[in-house]
Design a protein. Structure first.
Length: 171
C-alpha cells in the first residue's frame, strides 16, 4: 500500500499498523521511526556530475527531475522539494512515476535525474550513476504508523517488540 492507502486503512480500522515514510499530517496517527537512510542523486549515463563522488543538491538545479507523484510518495517528495527550496531552487519535475523501477528506468534512459533512498544502489538496475548528496545531507525515515489511542493488546505487544528491536540501532 502507498502511504495514503495505509493512512486510510489505519483510520478505517482495516489495519493496526503500517510502515511508511513520514511526514504524516494527522494528529491521530502516531509514528515510531524504525529506519533512517540517506538519499542519493540518481544520474543518467554520461551526466556531467557523474565523475564526482558526492555533490551539493544545488548542482542539480538545472536538471529535469523524475519523482513520485504527490499522492503516492508524498513523504519523499516533500522532503526533496523542501531541501531543494533550502538549496535555492525549485526542481522542474519533468516526469512522475509510481514505481521506483520506473523512475530508475526513466533516469537510465536520460529523461532526467532523481533523488531516491540509498537502497536503490542495490537494486541491480544498470545504466544510472548514484552519488551521495552533500549540502545538505539528506535522510529519509521509515516509520511504523498506528492510531495513537488504539487499545489493541496485539498492537501494544507488537510495538514493545519493535521498540526493543530498534533500540539504539537508528542513527
Amino acid at each position: 500500500m502507498s502511504t495514503g492507502e495505509q493512512l486510510a486503512a489505519l483510520r478505517e480500522g482495516r489495519i493496526l499498523i503500517g510502515f511508511l515514510r513520514p511526514p504524516v499530517k494527522d494528529s491521530r496517527i502516531a509514528l515510531l521511526t524504525v529506519f533512517r537512510e540517506p538519499l542519493v542523486a540518481v544520474l543518467p549515463p554520461g551526466h556531467l556530475l557523474a565523475a564526482k563522488e558526492c555533490l551539493p543538491l544545488s548542482a542539480l538545479a538545472e536538471d529535469p527531475f523524475i519523482m513520485f507523484p504527490r499522492n503516492h510518495g508524498q513523504g519523499l517528495l516533500e522532503l526533496v522539494l523542501g531541501a531543494c527550496a533550502k538549496a535555492g531552487f525549485t526542481p522542474q519535475i519533468a516526469q512522475e512515476a509510481r514505481e521506483i523501477h520506473t523512475i530508475l528506468g526513466l533516469v537510465a534512459a536520460g529523461f532526467g535525474v532523481s533523488i531516491l533512498p540509498q537502497i536503490v544502489c542495490t537494486m541491480g538496475q544498470s545504466g544510472s550513476t548514484y552519488r551521495s548528496i552533500t549540502r545538505p545531507n539528506l535522510f529519509i525515515e521509515i516509520a511504523a504508523a498506528y492510531l495513537g489511542r488504539n487499545p489493541s493488546p496485539i498492537l501494544t505487544e507488537f510495538l514493545a517488540t519493535l521498540r526493543g528491536t530498534i533500540s539504539g540501532s537508528i542513527h
